[in-house]
Ligand binder design. Structure first.
Ligand SMILES: Cc1ncc(COP(=O)(O)O)c(C=O)c1O
Length: 393
């Protein structure tokens, strides 16, 4: 007997990486050496002070119970100070809500603000979780187009047309943008805030990459005048502090909005383990030199990723922000997915097809910088060796 699944799962598939990494593991189990340049999970350690705070705290008998649903006051204050120092954004303690990663925030926000039948605007290409969370809430995801010709930035004319169709309640932006590595500009944030206020939309910036290989001072949507009226920002320690597995993030914005999110969250989890919260406080105090050292490692890997992409005949922009390089596959490749599968099965190199981020990513691929330089070099060597035999599918 098979009990049918809920209707809401009809349009939601298992996450791409959940499926594809199982395939990668199966190849590894057969003894194949696979260079995984797929997922963006940092392979470097958090700062020593972070790990020390975790272990110190975990040794106490009193740190293992349930915790406040909205985190400890000390954690909220540490996040508040971090935003003040880094992004020059003044927040009250009630304008900070710690989360178990920003991905859960995407789900909570969708549950807190969307009714069945509502529409949301999401970037194409963009992080797949925005659409999945909206669908689970019974809402419809409508894509706006980002493309190379427009510098991967939203276009006002298109947004006007989409909103004119009616029913749009919320808009997601994600700058610095994943997967294209595009930086935000204050000017873009300004017109987006004016636009969304004019149309009564909630605007959310998902901002987990602003400390990775950035060239200018990190920018927050909330640093723009009047942003708090209709904007929220998600942030995360996953990438910026090498803490992806720890599941620590935050949502920031007006307290009324956070209260709605907490109404969802407090019914799902029972607070974050106290040692993780205490270690997060330590992590948020990582020095500038700690961040620079991490970025120096990524910068070296970025150079190697560029060499790898040149070997593959791909074109790409230099100086992308974040821990990926987004690149266009050569014109003669007719089927990008088959081409990447050939790279995986023949050369043992796993790269992410751009189309998992939307139709605008169809001619692109994404290389993760979360692998040691030696592995990137090995990938380059494998391509060089195989170049004569690699058939373009
Ligand atoms: C754009 C974007 N948002 C959110 C996340 C999720 O981050 P977290 O680990 O904080 O849940 C990712 C992770 O890959 C991401 O790329």
């Amino acid at each position: 007997m098979i009990i049918p699944k809920a209707d809401r799962l009809q349009h939601v598939q298992e996450y791409y990486f959940s499926r594809k990494l199982a395939e990668v593991r199966a190849l590894q189990a057969q003894g194949k050496s696979i260079i995984n340049l797929g997922i963006g999970s940092p392979d470097m350690a958090p700062s020593p002070a972070t790990v020390e705070a975790l272990t110190q705290s975990a040794q106490q008998a009193t740190t293992h119970g349930y915790q406040p649903y909205n985190g400890t006051a000390k954690l909220r204050q540490a996040m508040q100070q971090w935003y003040q120092q880094l992004y020059k954004v003044e927040l009250k303690e009630q304008e900070v809500l710690p989360l178990a990663g920003s991905k859960e925030g995407i789900f909570h926000i969708s549950m807190a603000f969307l009714n069945p039948g509502d529409k949301i605007l999401i970037p194409n290409p963009g992080y797949p979780a925005y659409a999945a969370a909206a669908k689970l809430a019974g809402a419809e995801a409508v894509t706006y187009t980002l493309d190379e010709a427009n510098g991967w930035l939203p276009q006002r004319e298109e947004l006007e047309k989409l909103v004119a169709q009616g029913g749009v309640k919320l808009m997601w932006i994600n700058y610095p943008h994943m997967p294209t590595g595009t930086a935000a500009t204050a000017e873009m944030f300004e017109w987006l805030i004016a636009f969304t206020q004019q149309h009564g939309l909630l605007l959310i910036n998902d901002n987990p990459y602003s400390l990775v290989l950035h060239q200018q001072a990190p920018l927050s949507l909330l640093s723009i005048a009047r942003a708090k009226e209709n904007c929220l920002e998600l942030n995360s320690l996953s990438k910026s502090h090498n803490m992806a597995g720890w599941r620590v993030g935050m949502v920031l914005g007006q307290r009324e909005y956070l209260a709605a999110i907490l109404a969802v969250k407090s019914n799902l989890d029972s607070g974050q383990l106290l040692p993780i919260q205490e270690a997060t406080i330590a992590a948020l105090q990582n020095s500038n030199s700690w961040h620079s050292a991490r970025n120096a490692v990524y910068a070296e890997r970025q150079q190697l990723a560029h060499l790898l992409l040149e070997e593959l005949g791909c074109t790409f922009q230099l100086n992308q922000i974040g821990m990926f390089v987004w690149a266009k596959v050569p014109q003669e490749v007719s089927n990008v997915e088959a081409y990447l599968d050939e790279l995986l099965y023949e050369q043992g190199i796993f790269l992410t097809p751009g189309k998992i981020f939307g139709s605008q990513g169809e001619r692109y691929l994404r290389v993760s910088l979360c692998a040691p330089a030696e592995q990137l070099q090995e990938a380059i060597n494998r391509i060089k060796l195989s170049k004569e035999t690699l058939t373009k599918v």
